[in-house]
Design a binder for this molecule. Structure first.
Ligand code: AMP
Length: 632
């Protein structure tokens, strides 16, 4: 079959197309309607159907192939490896679900997970799914303020966490951050289930903090069936940054997500039951949700969950794992490959990679040299895929499970089935039909199954943020610029908003600005993303001080910069830390007082600023240029 025909059918006969895809999962009760679009832009998929994500990921495979590997956990941080069969995974997930249920968790309740990459993180996600509870995983790299914001928004009944994570052999205690977050949050979760890895001693709050190990021992083999959920019941929320300081809770459904993942594992990732999938992401990000936990398991594959760096004990670790576990599909990010590129290329050929069919990369632009280096190094196709937390699965890529396709360097590929992708002219909002015209990448509704249903508890924000940017038309904006070539391949050109992408992680500059502005010495601050050879972009802060005397000498300035960076570390987490805080005398603004971030970015990257007609005081930029070169 030609991929084009497959895509056409998904748009011209969505009911027939998605009914077929829906057969990839089990339904306890069939759906009566494929998609309810009576209240655009909201879409309800597989209305009337009842299913369960945990049943599809675990139970159904445990019944058929109990001894097949399901979860392979490897930690080079603590030097442990362990494989759980589907039967063992089911036993662990059920025990975790019993524990949650004993604490009063039921369908619709929120459970916040703040976990390192340990098997219990996957057990907890799947246990929530088993009960119909809504999980909200917060990336372990976020610190207390960021965590408190998310606790207040999700209002979890319970938190599942662990004593510590570990990074590059350094123990990162979680409990003090959690305790501080709960102190800061207005919402106080009733209970906390703590997995004690024995990495970092922690204090327990009586009646609130519970130990996982003894509860697990008591809960093992207590029967607990999956709770069948309506297809459109929320399965999880995952926070992502936007242009405001308040992160958005991306809310996903149950049935649509299960079908979308099952279909993507087959058509895009070309995965088959019994094979092994290795995604190097973290469960705190969307890739971790879709392609460490749910996707591979739904497809009946073993999923390899890795705690550790790509360079420890050496830069051959990933490839050793591919050889050892006969990995067939691997998913990573360009930054990680750029990290490997700095190491001995001999590692790429040291291991038997014959099982591997493709390496999928996503999360940030994939530059051609990196793509070429890794493709030639491991001798496998590199498949770029473009998507967002909001969509849950790829928007643009190549569906290698449908038809063979030639990757085109620099392009993630073509629109995936179910996505009606368009490019819009920025000024007029008109659809661009010609080749090589730059436009805003939008998707015409309804979004396919698996995409966000809404913003958690904020339908208005969902409509306002994503669907209201084009006058006279309601289309979903990705906030990315793109062009399409003569053959229909898309090329992503960067964000149209103030969101930056550091090492494949999306960060909102506003959240970082709000944190820095809270420092008593800072009068004003702007954070921009600037190009970085390793991480794609890094955050750079420009701060104007209340009292310039605080930076009167280089030593004073450096000390203040250190203080500000420490504040970001302890409140938002190291993941949000700017590379530098530049102390400047004024920030460039429009006459109406709006910050000109793009001008700052251009100056920081040593580029020409372009149109200066809106700037209030062009000399401010000149001064910043001089201040930057003096500081160098
Ligand atoms: P996140 O929601 O954190 O996954 O970030 C999504 C954003 O990352 C997108 O809107 C793009 O700006 C960027 N992005 C993701 N994948 C790619 C890709 N393959 N190529 C270029 N940019 C990408």
């Amino acid at each position: 079959m030609r991929y084009q025909d497959f895509h056409d059918r998904s748009l011209n006969d969505p009911d027939g197309f998605w009914t077929e895809q829906a057969r990839l999962i089990d339904w306890e009760h069939p759906f009566d309607e494929v998609c309810d679009v009576s209240r655009p832009p909201f879409a309800r998929w597989f209305v009337g159907g009842r299913t369960n994500l945990c049943h599809n990921a675990v139970d159904r495979h445990a019944a058929q192939r109990p001894d097949a590997p399901a979860l392979i956990w490897v930690s080079t941080e603590v030097g442990q490896e362990r494989t759980y069969s589907f039967a063992e995974l089911l036993r662990e997930v059920s025990a975790m679900a019993v524990i949650l249920q004993q604490q009063g968790v039921k369908a619709g309740d929120r459970v916040l997970l703040y976990m390192p990459m340990i098997p219990e993180a996957a057990f907890a996600m799947l246990a929530c799914a088993r009960l119909g509870a809504i999980h909200s995983v917060v990336f372990g790299g976020f610190a207390s303020h960021a965590l408190a914001n998310r606790i207040d928004d999700a209002q979890p009944l319970l938190i599942v966490s662990a004593d510590a994570g570990s990074r590059g052999g350094k123990v990162v205690p979680y409990k003090p951050l959690l305790d501080e977050a709960i102190r800061l949050a207005a919402h106080k979760p009733a209970r906390m289930v703590m997995v004690d890895r024995g990495l970092s001693a922690f204090e327990r709050v009586p009646d609130r903090d519970l130990d996982y190990a003894p509860m697990r021992a008591a809960a093992l083999d207590v029967p607990l069936d999956c709770v069948w959920m309506p297809s459109d019941a929320p399965s999880y929320t995952l926070y992502t940054s936007g242009t405001t300081g308040k992160p958005k809770g991306v809310q996903r459904d149950t049935g649509g997500y299960a079908v979308a993942l099952a279909a993507s594992m087959k058509h895009i990732f070309d995965g088959r039951p019994g094979e092994t999938f290795f995604s190097t992401s973290d469960i705190g990000w969307v890739v971790g949700h879709s392609y460490i936990v749910y996707g591979p398991l739904i497809a009946g594959m073993a999923t390899l969950m890795y705690e550790g760096l790509p360079t420890c004990p050496d830069a051959g670790i990933w490839w050793r794992l591919v050889e050892q576990y006969r990995v067939t599909g691997m998913f990573s990010a360009p930054t990680a490959v750029r990290v490997l590129k700095k190491q001995d290329p001999g590692f790429l050929t040291r291991y038997d990679l014959s099982s591997l069919r493709a390496l999928f990369l996503a999360g940030e632009p994939l530059d051609e040299p990196t793509a070429r280096w890794i493709s030639e190094g491991i001798g496998k196709p590199i498949v770029d895929n473009y998507w967002q937390t909001e969509t849950g699965w790829p928007i643009l890529t190549l569906a290698r499970g449908v038809a063979p396709a030639e990757p085109r360097l620099g392009s993630p590929g073509v629109p995936m089935y179910g996505y009606r992708v368009q490019l819009l002219d920025e000024q007029s909002g008109e659809v661009l039909t010609g080749a090589n015209q730059k436009g805003l990448l939008v998707i015409e509704g309804p979004l396919p199954p698996g995409c966000l249903q809404t913003v958690w508890r904020d339908d208005d924000r969902f409509v306002r943020t994503y669907w209201s940017g084009t006058p006279g038309r309601q289309v979903y904006s990705t906030f990315d610029w793109a062009v399409r070539d003569e053959d229909g391949y898309y090329f992503i050109l960067g964000r149209s908003d103030d969101v930056i992408n550091v090492a494949g992680h999306r960060l909102g500059t506003r959240e970082i600005e709000e944190c820095i502005a809270g420092h008593p010495a800072v009068a004003e601050v702007a954070v921009v993303g600037v190009a970085d050879a390793l991480k794609g972009q890094v955050a750079l802060a420009f701060a104007v001080l209340r009292d310039p005397a605080r930076a009167a000498t280089p030593a004073l300035a450096l000390a203040l910069e250190g203080e500000i960076l420490k504040k970001v570390d302890s409140e938002l987490g190291a993941v949000a830390r700017p590379s530098r805080v530049r102390l400047v005398t004024a920030l460039p603004k429009t006459r109406s007082g709006k910050l000109l971030r793009r001008a700052l970015q251009a100056v920081a990257e040593g580029r020409e600023v372009g149109d200066l007609s809106t700037i209030d005081d062009p000399s401010a930029l000149e001064r910043i240029r001089e201040e930057l070169s003096a500081a160098r």
